[in-house]
Design a protein around this ligand. Structure first.
Ligand code: GLU
Length: 547
């Protein structure tokens, strides 16, 4: 008589270790709190993944635990070269520090609980599934695509619950002899889990975020190992999260419906399951006014690169994400404005259970507040990183004279009336472009119309006198008095009362607008005298004269 052990040995002749042997290699952690981010390397990082990984990392770190990165690449068709580094680089960009994962050169493992890339863990999954075969809780299945399709059609016609369970699973009830016979003939099979197949059973569990859950239990004989020898997500999750000693599985709530299966699998292995914490997705209102998940296919803002390109600072984004994670964050942050966002405790049990609308207006205001707070050096270096990627010509300009660029950026920053020139790093371009002579030249044809009384002929005498007197070391007040005095001599009244006199052609405000447009090629600039100080005397004289 063929035994289950013989079948297991026939399938995995080289697997001699047991789960207990593996457990010894990966002992329980000193600090038992451990969470993980487990993306598939598809070459795209969803902002929702940054959100979830931030929650995972904050949660682990605030309890002094471990946060690890595991790459879930068992669907090799979807794999893109370089995708692992892309994930690591993005997490770094957002300041999400990882303790363990494929973080070394050439994605070498850092940490004692690896390999951290699932395709390198094949032998581990084999140990797990072999145990189940020996116990009769997993079995090989040779059902073809045609057979699977026929069953689907049959179930639809009969209006019965779809799936592979009970007698719908053609290999579930075969004798060990029949299975052994088939194994000799055909190496192309999958390994299925033998579930109880009863849809009247319920699964009750506590989700840290969603609370008490009561769902229909799993009744399907799902695939554990695919015909390519790699595990499905379900088996990999059990083996990996057990051996990596994950205490809290924080993941997207699209996985909530799989929990009954996962709990069943943990029970089949006689292992405790981790705490489940299902994070609701980020939502948007679509064109029809309906709320829906941010979609990778439809929404450019689903891609994290969008935020970088649009000039958001990682800190601004994280600050905003914290308001979604914990509704009490904003108030606590306002009460402690100097505290770093990473120093606030995150309470995942406070998280919204049904999904939060991604609010760009709020993100902008938080980004704006962040940019207003940082030093000009920081503003320079962060905006340079972005410019290097998306605006190389601007990056070249910014580096051509670093001090000059910083001085241009610095105007009116950290002052009481802080006009917040920069909402995103994108604003840097329009705010500083005219400071560079070659760009100013290019802007000349787009220059707004000068006040009508400021014709080339009429302004020449004013410019000649103003040039003589130009002194950029004066106080703001003296400089304005001087402009008024010179202006008066050339037909510009100092105030409305004076302007009533017939001989004035305009007011000092017109004069200031004339200078602003001449110097900057735009009618909207920060304080003009500060701009002039940065431009320097030579440039001011040169630009005023270019009528
Ligand atoms: N690889 C899965 C995904 O990208 C991970 C889910 C999990 O965190 O367990 O959705």
């Amino acid at each position: 008589m063929t035994t289950r052990k013989e079948i297991a040995d026939k399938i995995f002749p080289n697997v001699t270790e047991t789960i207990q042997d593996l457990e010894k290699k990966y002992p329980t952690r000193q600090n038992p709190i451990c969470s993980r981010f487990a993306p598939s390397p598809t070459g795209f990082l969803h902002i929702g993944s940054v959100f979830a990984s931030f929650v995972e990392q904050r949660f682990a770190k605030q309890y002094g635990g471990t946060f690890l990165l595991r790459i879930e690449d068992t669907d090799q068709k979807r794999e893109i070269p370089g995708a692992v580094d892309l994930i690591i680089d993005w997490l770094k960009f957002f300041g999400i520090e990882i303790d363990e994962g494929p973080l070394g050169a050439n994605n070498a493992d850092i940490g004692n609980y690896g390999p951290y890339i699932q395709s390198h863990r094949k032998s581990i999954y084999q140990v797990f599934v072999k145990t189940l075969i020996e116990q009769g809780v997993a079995y090989p299945c040779w059902m073809s695509e045609t057979e699977l399709e026929e069953i689907r059609t049959q179930q639809t016609t009969l209006k019965v619950t779809p799936g592979i369970y009970g007698n719908y699973s053609l290999w579930r009830n075969k004798t060990p002899e029949e299975i052994m016979q088939k194994l000799q003939e055909d190496p192309n099979f999958v390994l299925r889990f033998r579930s109880h197949g009863d849809f009247s059973q319920r699964c009750l569990f506590d989700d840290v975020i969603k609370g008490k859950i009561n769902m229909i239990d799993n009744y399907n004989d799902i695939v554990l190992i695919k015909s390519d020898g790699l595990p499905t997500y379900h088996l990999a999750h059990i083996a990996d999260d057990h051996l990596m000693r994950t205490s809290h599985v924080i993941r997207g709530d699209e996985w909530l419906t799989s929990v009954p299966l996962h709990i069943q699998l943990f029970k089949a292995f006689n292992l405790p399951h981790p705490q489940y914490c299902h994070v609701a997705p980020l939502l948007k209102i679509d064109e029809e006014g309906n709320k829906r998940k941010l979609s990778k296919r439809k929404d450019p803002e689903a891609d994290v690169a969008y935020f970088f390109e649009s000039g958001y600072a990682p800190e601004g984004i994280m600050d905003y994400l914290l308001t979604i994670i914990d509704p009490a964050y904003e108030e606590r942050q306002k009460a402690n404005p100097d505290k770093n966002y990473l120093d606030f405790e995150v309470k995942i049990e406070h998280m919204n259970t049904s999904g939060a609308l991604f609010d760009f207006v709020k993100l902008q205001s938080m980004n704006n507040a962040y940019l207003s707070k940082i030093s000009t050096d920081e503003l320079y270096s962060q905006s340079l990183i972005r410019a290097k990627k998306y605006r190389p010509y601007l990056a070249d300009l910014m580096q051509s004279d670093v001090d000059y660029t910083k001085a241009a950026l610095n105007i009116e920053r950290h002052t009481e009336k802080d006009p917040k020139r920069f909402t995103t790093f994108q604003d840097v371009e329009s705010q500083i472009l005219f400071f560079y002579d070659e760009e100013w030249e290019k802007l000349l044809p787009t220059k707004p119309t000068l006040p009508e009384m400021c014709t080339a002929d009429s302004m020449k005498p004013f410019i000649d006198e103003y040039k003589q007197q130009l002194n950029l070391d004066m106080s703001l007040e003296d400089r304005f008095t001087q402009l008024k005095e010179v202006g008066k001599r050339h037909g510009f009244a100092s105030n409305n009362a004076e302007f009533k006199e017939w001989w004035y052609v305009g007011k000092v405000g017109d004069l200031a607008m004339f200078m602003r447009i001449q110097l900057c090629c735009t009618a909207k600039t920060p304080d003009l005298y500060s701009v002039m100080k940065v431009l320097g005397k030579d440039r001011v004289i040169e630009r005023l004269g270019r009528l």
